[in-house]
Design a protein around this ligand. Structure first.
Ligand SMILES: [Zn+2]
Length: 288
C-alpha cells in the first residue's frame, strides 16, 4: 500500500513540477489542526511526510499558528510547542491573526512561492482548492494523504497549454497585416507581377521563387560545355590542318582535325615511300 501511495503522490507532484514550477525540496506549511492530529497519533512528521511523498520536503509552520494554539488553552499547549519546533515561515502578521487567514495570505491568489498546505480544516482546504497549483495534504487517521488536483488547477493547466499553441496578440497582428497586403495585391492584377520584387517586405520566400524560375543551372551548364569546347577545338585544329596542308601542298582541309592530322602524317609516309619507289622526291619529306 505504501509503495502505491508513493506512486500516486509522485504522479500528482509531477504536474505541479511541470506546470507550476515546483522543485524539491518542497515547502509544506502546516497549521495547528494538522500538527494536533499528528501529535494524537504520535506521528514523526519529519520522516513520514517525505517518505509518503517520496521526495525531499521542508516542514514549516507560522508564528500565527503557534500563537493561536497557545491562546486555545492547555489542551493545545503541546501542539503549540510542537509547531515551534518546525521552521517558522515569516508572514509579517501581528499576533492575533487567525491561523487560517495567515495561510490564506501566504498562498495569496497564485501561490507564487510554490507552497504546499497541510491542514485538517475542511473550509480552509476548500478555499485553497480555488488557488491553482496549491498541493493540499491532510491526515486520514495516521495516513498522510495528498489531495488529487483540484478542478481549478487542471483548468489552469489546460488554459496555459492552449495559450502556448495559439498565436500571441503580436503574432495575430502580423498575420492580419500580411493577409491584408495579400488581398490588396490580388485586387490589382497589374501589380501582381511586381509582387515578387517589392510587394511583401516581410515575405522572404517570394524573391527566391523568382530565382528558381529559370532552367536548372546544373542541367544547362553541361551541354554548353560540350558544345562550346568542341567548337573551339575544331577552330584550332582547322588552323593547324590548314598549316600542314599548305606544307604538304594538298589544298583541301576537312573539318575533323584530329583524324586529319593523322592522315597528314600518313600522307607524308606514303609520299616518302612513293619517292623511294618512284624516284621522285616530294616537297615535304624532310621530317622523315
Ligand atoms: Zn501569520
Amino acid at each position: 500500500m505504501k509503495v502505491k501511495r508513493q506512486k500516486t503522490c509522485r504522479k500528482l507532484m509531477q504536474l505541479y513540477c511541470s506546470s507550476y514550477n515546483f522543485r524539491e525540496p518542497y515547502q509544506l506549511v502546516m497549521d495547528g489542526t494538522f500538527v494536533n492530529v499528528a501529535l494524537r497519533y504520535r506521528l514523526d512528521l519529519r520522516s513520514l511526510i517525505p517518505s509518503t511523498l517520496a521526495a525531499q520536503v521542508k516542514l514549516f509552520s507560522t508564528p500565527c499558528v503557534a500563537h493561536e494554539l497557545r491562546s486555545m488553552g492547555k489542551e493545545y499547549a503541546a501542539a503549540a510547542a510542537a509547531c515551534k519546533q518546525f521552521e517558522q515561515r515569516r508572514c509579517g502578521h501581528r499576533f492575533g491573526t487567525k491561523a487560517s487567514d495567515c495561510l490564506k495570505d501566504l498562498i495569496g491568489e497564485t501561490n507564487e512561492h510554490h507552497l504546499m498546505i497541510a491542514t485538517q480544516d475542511k473550509a480552509l482546504r476548500t478555499h485553497m482548492r480555488a488557488v491553482p497549483g496549491t498541493p493540499l495534504v491532510y491526515l486520514s487517521g495516521s495516513v498522510v494523504v495528498l489531495e488529487p488536483h483540484s478542478q481549478e488547477t487542471l483548468q489552469h493547466v489546460q488554459d496555459t497549454e492552449r495559450a502556448k499553441t495559439q498565436a500571441s496578440a503580436v503574432e495575430k497582428k502580423m498575420i492580419e497585416a500580411v493577409v491584408r497586403e495579400m488581398a490588396n495585391v490580388n485586387e490589382t492584377p497589374a501589380a501582381a507581377a511586381g509582387v515578387e520584387d517589392t510587394g511583401l517586405g516581410g515575405a522572404g520566400a517570394m524573391p527566391k521563387r523568382k530565382k528558381v524560375k529559370g532552367p536548372n543551372p546544373l542541367a544547362v551548364k553541361k551541354p554548353k560545355k560540350e558544345k562550346e569546347a568542341p567548337a573551339k577545338k575544331v577552330k584550332r585544329k582547322l588552323d593547324e590542318v590548314e598549316d600542314t596542308a599548305e606544307e604538304l601542298g594538298s589544298g583541301e582541309a576537312d573539318k575533323k582535325g584530329g583524324k586529319k592530322r593523322k592522315r597528314a602524317t600518313k600522307k607524308r609516309k606514303l609520299m616518302a615511300v612513293a619517292a623511294t619507289v618512284g624516284g621522285t622526291a616530294p616537297a615535304g619529306d624532310e621530317s622523315d
